[in-house]
Design a protein around this ligand. Structure first.
Ligand code: SF4
Ligand code: SF4
Length: 151
């Protein structure tokens, strides 16, 4: 009997403690600032230097640039893709980028899919990849659903 009461006591104590579980996906875990999540791309900052492509150990970044119409000496980004089938979220591409055109975000759950080809993300997807609050808050974020998914 004593052991039974002791067991109830332990359970009762847990009732009173602050809950550490959350109602995912309705609630999202707030990741720490240095978390290496799914990338976001800022086309206006990219100088088409190719450093990210060279640094990527799994060769999953592809890009093309074109001459700027305003300044023919300058190149602007035309296409930028990451194939997340092979990305190991190592952070090398963002570390070498001299202009912070490619950054890692706090996102971790927006690559779930039943189709592998959907892991190939283009410039539009990467540009619109939403972040949870802490990174580049001043940057315009496109319209997203409550949980951060693109509408
Ligand atoms: S995080 Fe690593 S593997 Fe992924 S695209 Fe960047 S360099 Fe490549
Ligand atoms: S994303 Fe950064 S490293 Fe990659 S080409 Fe653009 S400026 Fe260079």
């Amino acid at each position: 009997m004593f052991r039974l009461l002791k067991g109830f006591g332990v359970t009762f104590n847990y009732f009173r403690k602050k809950k550490i579980t959350i109602q995912y996906p309705d609630e999202q875990v707030v990741m720490p600032e240095r978390f290496r999540g799914i990338h976001r791309f800022f086309p206006d900052k990219c100088i088409v230097c190719n450093l990210c492509v060279t640094a990527c150990p799994t060769d999953v970044i592809t890009l093309t640039g074109k001459k700027s119409e305003e300044n023919p000496k300058k190149k602007i980004i035309d296409t930028y893709n990451i194939d997340f089938q092979g990305c190991i979220l190592c952070d090398f591409c963002t570390e070498v980028c001299p202009t912070d055109a490619i950054v890692m975000t706090a996102r971790y759950d927006n690559l779930s899919s039943f189709n592998r080809s959907e892991h190939f993300k283009d410039i539009e997807w990467l540009t619109n990849n939403h972040v949870y609050g802490y990174y580049e808050e001043s940057d315009p974020v496109p319209e997203m659903g409550e949980r951060g998914e693109r509408k």
